[in-house]
Design a protein around this ligand. Structure first.
Ligand code: GDP
Ligand code: IMO
Ligand code: MG
Length: 424
């Protein structure tokens, strides 16, 4: 038995969906612990693509139980759409999707405020517009509406009325947007409850029982460590804790129950939205990474910014997450590059920084020191054994291991489930 956290080690979109799906072959429970429908986790099986936003990436294995934990913020529209899409594809959800009644709901005004704030701000974060920030603000302000509130119409109506009294003023006065009507939202959310009632449960107890029974449990992160509200490149972050600690708070699983933390790392770096990105390539090389890696957001379709792998940022991520093993993805995207660069240090005003800078002003002006490695310039298609990788590819991987102290336990060489090398 084991409890493993799978965490994004960079700025999201590292390929968590693919890795969690693959690891789900050996798992009985897969649980999402934070974020919401800002996530887009892609799984490809025999060329067929699925993109999941809220439902854990274990759902394509029909014997795996999938949990949406208390730390997730749930948009009913997105969830129902996702359930329907899966069912239309012949994937049965019934009896194996479990939604925490402690999870908070995304309300229509959260999405409106998210978009309005971004539009009116001189310093937009570049959010996904899914209402994530405003929903977590309400959670922290202790006025959030939770799944459990759907079970009692009177409570739902009362909470909504209190919320709207404030939100409508904000929408009208601050953003010049029409306010919302309580009755209409109550009716919509009561209908939502009817549709998801069978999935609602105490997921904390479910997970504790699974762990007690010795089941294999995967805790699936969304976003990435550098988007973490506390540890990321604040304020250009999401509003939750994607780092491994978030798995404990977002599921009610104690740290003592966790066996391993696996960091999913892209063989280079990408970032969607604004914020510092020391190794970003605003040139033909960056364009090439975007083109070959199909670096466009799985949720919003926005082009992802691309750059070389950043070891100082990765080491910071290894430290805050407690990562011992990496799943290295998208190695194939580097196939045709004659040279591959690896950022190995940051300096500010000519002085090497010891720590990952806490403020974006410093991070934006770090000078990056690179090491250049020769590329392998051949296809990795069909390679299933580590030793069968070209020598320069192995040298790249082993250099990453040397610089981070973490072990590359898995290497992914295409979007497809099959194309993954598992090292002993
Ligand atoms: P997630 O949010 O971390 O689950 O990642 P996304 O699904 O947003 O983005 C990763 C993208 O890379 C998806 O389109 C995946 O299908 C794709 N992908 C994952 N692993 C590999 C790989 O090893 N090689 C290639 N070429 N694509 C991959
Ligand atoms: P997955 O799980 C990449 C980014 C947004 C923006 C910032 C805040 O697919 O890796 P938010 O809507 O969360 O308030 O946006 O975070 N972001 C992601 N970037 N992958 C994600 O999820 C992301 N979820 C949010 O682009 O910069
Ligand atoms: Mg994604």
């Amino acid at each position: 038995m084991s409890v493993q956290i799978i965490v994004g080690a960079q700025w999201g979109d590292e390929g968590k969906g693919k890795i969690v799906d693959l690891m789900s072959e050996q798992a009985e429970v897969v649980a999402r612990y934070q974020g919401g429908a800002n996530a887009g986790h892609t799984i490809v099986i025999n060329g067929k693509k699925y993109v999941l936003h809220l439902i854990p990436s274990g759902i394509l294995h029909d014997d795996v139980q999938c949990v949406i934990g208390n730390g997730v913020v749930i948009d009913p529209i997105a969830l129902l759409h996702e359930i329907k899409t899966l069912e239309d594809n012949g994937i049965s959800i019934k009896g194996r999707l479990f939604i925490s009644h402690r999870a908070h709901l995304i309300m229509p005004y959260h999405k409106m405020l998210d978009v309005a704030r971004e539009k009116s701000s001189g310093k937009a974060i570049g959010t996904t517009g899914r209402g994530i920030g405003p929903a977590y603000i309400d959670k922290a302000s202790r006025v959030g509406i939770r799944i459990v509130d759907l079970l009692d119409r009177t409570i739902l109506e009362e909470k909504l009325r209190t919320n709207l009294a404030e939100k409508n003023v904000l929408l009208r006065r601050m953003y010049d947007i029409d306010g919302l009507d309580v009755e209409k939202i109550v009716a919509e959310y009561v209908e939502f409850d009817n549709l998801i009632d069978e999935y609602i449960t105490d997921t904390t107890v479910l997970l504790h029982n699974a762990i007690k029974e010795g089941k294999n449990v995967l805790l699936e992160g969304a976003q990435g460590a550098l988007l973490d509200m506390d540890h990321g490149t604040y304020p250009f972050v999401t509003s939750s804790n994607p780092t491994s600690g978030g798995a404990c708070t977002g599921l009610g699983v104690p740290p003592t129950a966790v066996d391993t933390v696996i960091g999913v790392v892209k063989a280079y770096c990408t970032r969607v939205g604004n914020g510092p990105f020391p190794t970003e390539l605003n040139d033909a090389v960056g364009e090439e990474l975007r083109r070959v890696g199909h670096e466009f957001g799985a949720t919003t379709g926005r082009p992802r910014r691309c750059g070389w792998l950043d070891i100082p940022a990765l080491n910071y991520s290894v430290m805050v997450n407690g990562i011992t093993d990496f799943a290295l993805t998208k190695l194939d995207v580097l196939n045709d590059f004659a040279e591959i660069k690896l950022a190995i240090g940051y300096s500010v005003h000519g002085k090497r920084t010891k720590f990952f800078p806490a403020d974006v002003q410093t991070l934006e002006k770090v000078e990056v020191e690179y090491e250049t490695l020769p590329g392998w310039q051949c296809s990795l298609a069909g390679i299933r054994e580590y030793d069968a990788l070209p020598q320069n590819a192995r040298a790249y991987i082993e250099r990453i291991e040397e610089l981070t102290g973490a072990r590359v336990a898995m290497v992914s060489t295409s979007p497809d489930r099959e194309d993954t090398i598992i090292r002993n």
